[in-house]
Design a protein. Structure first.
Length: 408
């Protein structure tokens, strides 16, 4: 059987490892396999490449290489930031995050509550936007850290990180941001923005899964989440994952150089996809504000159709997309992000996220636009689910469905 063509529209989930990244990694799998912490020359030579990768990742964030700690992923980085804030400030037992964070923060927050800590999940409005004044009012004398994502993985909504960081700085509270979805799409300036800690995951920017980093601003007290040897200047134990660190460095440099492409070419393809869907398919609603939004992300509800059915039909023709819903024991639970926005369960369960990448082509978008209308029409013909658009009142007309959605 020959492999079929894959039309990949799920780049917020993971990205293809770039050929340049693979080539950079290979020598450290075949020849330069020494331990960079070793005292002999064979290890020292490898350590130089780890240092070079650290400089490249730091450049992506406009940071000092000494502020970069390599981790296994974004989840570890997020957990480590909050964990450290609580351990270095034992008198502070309050954490603030948002209700639309990645599950790495949501579930860790729930765990902390079970341990007797107080956690505030700051709400968002109907467009997925956060109220910075509400966050400010939630800060208390015992608040250890505020952790708000840079951009939402489901809707693509970009949060006002610089303003949030300034509020926390004025209150003397640590501020962390999960910036996993941002590299290559928005300009990241960790020091200029004023964040104390920032998380990245390499597999979101065309590097392998299993490597990430945590930016820790100079003079920020830090207690390691993983303890062991003296790797990462004592801030994260465990032998360095050299091939993946090297690959991360190359990918970081590539991401820094493609921000213009993402915000012109990729954005144009995303907008074309949305425009054509709204034109050709009735009863489609955008979830979240049109702006500020990542240039590659489109989250749409196809009313009266379960997302699971749409994704199954798309998969049959080689199209990869995703839903914010979680499948539990055979039933779709609505996305916690869309639920936090006040979107009713039927509409939330009909949402599909298309996330484009630097390699997405006009032909691939054309294929999706050509095939999707008939899929939705066929599924609506067999679906008994009514078109429900209940939830909080929409603050933007472009999110109100009409016979042909006004979002077009």
């Amino acid at each position: 059987m020959t492999d079929r063509k894959v039309y990949y529209f799920d780049n917020n989930a993971t990205t293809r490892v770039a050929p340049e990244v693979v080539e950079a990694m290979l020598p450290f799998l075949r020849d330069q396999w020494g331990n960079p912490s070793s005292a002999y020359r064979f290890g020292h030579q490898v350590a130089k490449h780890v240092a070079a990768a650290r400089e490249r990742v730091a450049a992506l964030l406009h940071a000092d290489p000494r502020e970069i700690v390599f981790t296994s992923c974004g989840t570890e980085s997020n957990n480590a930031a909050i964990h450290s804030a609580l351990l270095t400030q034992p008198g502070k037992r309050h954490v603030i995050t948002s209700a639309v964070e990645h599950s790495a923060n949501i579930k860790y927050g729930r765990f902390l509550k079970e341990q007797g800590f107080d956690v505030t999940f700051s709400p968002v409005d109907a467009d997925g936007l956060i109220d910075i004044h509400r966050v400010e009012k939630a800060i208390r004398p015992d608040t250890a850290i505020v952790s708000i994502m840079w951009a939402n993985n489901e809707t693509g909504i970009v949060f006002p990180i610089e303003e949030l960081a300034a509020i926390c700085r004025s209150k003397g509270v640590l501020f962390h941001t999960d910036a996993v979805q941002a590299p290559g799409k928005v300009s990241l300036d960790a020091r200029g923005t004023g964040v104390d800690m920032l998380s990245l995951s390499a597999h979101k920017l065309n590097a392998p899964k299993g490597i990430g980093c945590l930016f820790i601003k100079k003079q920020t007290r830090f207690h390691p989440h993983i303890m062991g040897g003296h790797q990462e200047h004592g801030r994260r134990g465990g032998t360095e994952n050299v091939p993946y660190i090297v690959g991360f460095g190359v990918a970081a440099e590539m991401a820094l150089n493609r921000i213009h492409h993402e915000n012109t070419c990729v954005r144009a393809l995303r907008d074309r996809l949305e425009t054509q869907i709204f034109k050709l398919i009735p009863q489609v609603v955008r979830n979240g504000a049109k702006e500020p939004r990542l240039p590659n992300t489109s989250n749409l509800s196809f009313l009266s159709v379960e997302a699971e059915a749409i994704l199954t039909q798309l998969d049959k023709i080689g199209v990869c997309a995703s839903s914010g819903s979680a499948c539990t024991t055979g039933s779709l639970e609505p996305s916690h992000v869309l639920t936090a926005m006040g979107i009713a369960a039927p509409r939330a369960r009909s949402s599909v996220r298309f996330s484009l990448g630097a390699g997405t082509t006009a032909a691939e978008v054309g294929f999706l636009v050509e095939e999707l209308p008939s899929i939705i029409e066929r599924l609506r013909g067999t679906s008994a689910q009514p078109a429900v658009v209940a939830g909080k009142p929409r603050s933007k007309d472009h999110n109100r469905p009409t016979p042909r959605s006004a979002a077009a």
